[in-house]
Design a protein around this ligand. Structure first.
Ligand code: AMP
Length: 285
């Protein structure tokens, strides 16, 4: 038998819960509160490697894991050579921003020339400063970046934010955006021909595609069939099935969950009955 496919999963932190849920929804038996950091899933010939998210790009590049999840920012920071970004996963959204204390005279990124900028993303920041012709010094810290100006360690910071609440709480204001990021599915570039990678990627993508959709089923009297079909959004034609009763048809369609609230009442008014809305586990358009 071939060696098990090793999947690197964030063991804790912001991306851990959503990654575990996504893989489980995709049919991968990610263990629950297992204390081991390398857990075999024998029936699927897989191994789950629970790792620090920030280490996952390096683990994949070095071949210690075949596929895994990390932040797009972490992929760029650790260097994406040898790693293939397979899929953007739609969670873990954040921005890497430049920020200064509210009282600072600096209002534009150009005014950062000569400043000390604290960050845990020194490579991304150095590239950004280079690309913008700004000469500044990069102070590398691994945590509590937002405290650096207060304690006199830097004049500005380059840090991840999602809501901006941490900046506000620390009397900082953003003056520029370096990067937008979200969680990504990664594999070693040389492994992407392995069919097991494609199988896993398709399973994950079909879950992501299914999440915002619902399966709508209803019964339509034949006299109202056309009017009911006209109410259904989307480009795909609905499925029309005959019912045992000769004067009615069943109508099945995939619809956006967000459309449902304004769809249900008109469908009912148009004569639809037996309306059912079901979740969809996988969808391949
Ligand atoms: P963690 O493991 O909790 O340190 O975070 C891992 C990743 O979560 C980061 O590298 C980002 O890609 C992502 N993330 C999403 N929102 C935020 C945020 N507000 N602050 C820091 N990281 C975030």
């Amino acid at each position: 038998m071939t060696a098990p496919l090793r999947i690197a999963v964030p063991s804790k932190g912001r991306l851990a819960a959503a990654t575990t849920q996504l893989l489980r929804d995709a049919g991968i038996a990610v263990p629950g509160d297992d204390r081991r950091l390398l857990v075999p899933v024998e029936e699927q010939n897989l191994e789950i490697l629970l790792a620090r998210t920030d280490d996952i790009p390096t683990l994949i590049r070095d071949g210690a894991a075949d596929i895994g999840v990390a932040g797009g920012n972490q992929l760029l920071e650790h260097g994406s050579a040898g790693i293939e970004l397979l899929t953007e996963l739609g969670f873990g959204a954040c921005r890497l921003v430049l920020a200064v204390p509210n009282l600072s005279a600096i209002t534009t990124k150009e005014q950062l020339a000569g400043a000390r900028i604290a960050t845990s993303h020194p490579n991304i920041l150095a590239n950004y400063l280079d690309a913008n012709g700004i000469v500044a010094s990069v102070v590398t810290l691994s945590g509590s970046i937002e405290l650096a100006p207060t304690i006199g360690a830097a004049d500005a910071i380059c840090d991840l934010v999602s809501t901006g609440e941490t900046l506000r709480q620390n009397s900082l204001r953003a003056i520029g955006e370096v990067l937008r990021s979200q969680a990504v599915l990664l594999a070693r570039a040389q492994d992407t021909l392995d069919p097991r990678i494609a199988i896993l990627q398709t399973a994950v993508e079909s879950v992501l595609a299914a999440r915002p959709k619902r399966y709508l089923m209803l019964n339509a009297p034949d006299v109202a069939l056309e009017a009911i079909i006209a109410l259904l959004p989307g480009l795909d034609a609905p499925t029309i099935l005959p019912l045992a009763r000769s004067d009615m048809h069943a109508v099945h369609a995939v619809v956006d969950a967000a459309e449902l609230p304004r769809l249900l009442h008109p469908l009912k008014e148009a004569g639809a009955s037996g309306l059912l809305v079901l979740p969809i586990e996988h969808l391949i358009p």
